[in-house]
Design a protein around this ligand. Structure first.
Ligand code: FMN
Length: 178
């Protein structure tokens, strides 16, 4: 089973990356083949629809990883009540052929309180447009769930990510190997 983990945050010291890296760790511990796309490090051009963008190294890498993946763990920060522009830009380089009938778990890093839900509703809508099978469950992390190195450390938060990974791998094995 191959799972693509995506960090949708463009920031350098990113809590969203902390969630993505924790999910990557849990998946690897289960012996799953994990690939990783990081919107803050694997810098994509701005999508304009120009065919020359398809030759960009990071665009080629992202489309290949998405093509090969059987499931996705997608993480976004909540910025102004939506997903990050960086993640939306990355998804605009992909299409339904990359996601159709493939499970996706979604998670967000937010500012606290009730933050994160709008970003995940937004991401869920976009992934429906891409025909992904988005899990009903989802996860939001608040700043207090991280240590100073932006690692996800809070006890209940890590359990929630483990549970989400479990649901993702269970559905992916059902769908991909039926
Ligand atoms: C431009 C901007 C807009 C934000 N808007 C929201 C918001 O609407 N809701 C929220 O809960 N947090 C909001 N935040 C806080 C971020 O979600 C929070 O800092 C999160 O950790 C960002 O993820 P990152 O660390 O990966 O960049 C915003 C932060 C920034 C920089």
């Amino acid at each position: 089973m191959k799972i693509l983990v995506m960090n949708g945050s463009p920031t350098v010291a990113s809590r969203t990356r902390g969630i993505a890296e924790y999910a990557e760790k849990v998946l690897k511990e289960q012996g799953i083949h994990v690939t990783f796309f990081d919107a803050g490090k694997n810098k994509l051009p701005l999508f304009t629809g120009d065919m020359s963008e398809r030759e960009h190294e990071e665009v080629k890498r992202l489309t290949q990883l998405a093509e090969e993946a059987q499931g996705f763990f997608i993480c976004t920060p909540e910025y102004h009540s939506g997903m990050s522009g960086a993640l939306k830009n990355a998804l605009d380089f992909l299409s339904g052929s990359h996601f159709k009938n493939k499970p996706a778990a979604i998670a967000a890093a937010a500012g606290g309180g009730k933050g994160g839900i709008n970003a995940l509703n937004n991401l869920r809508t976009v992934l429906r447009g891409l025909y992904a099978l988005v899990l009903p469950d989802q996860f939001v992390a608040d700043p207090l769930h991280f240590n100073d190195e932006q690692e996800l450390v809070e006890e209940l938060a890590v359990l929630r990510v483990k549970a989400l990974v479990e649901q993702l791998t269970s559905l992916t094995s059902t769908v991909a190997f039926k």
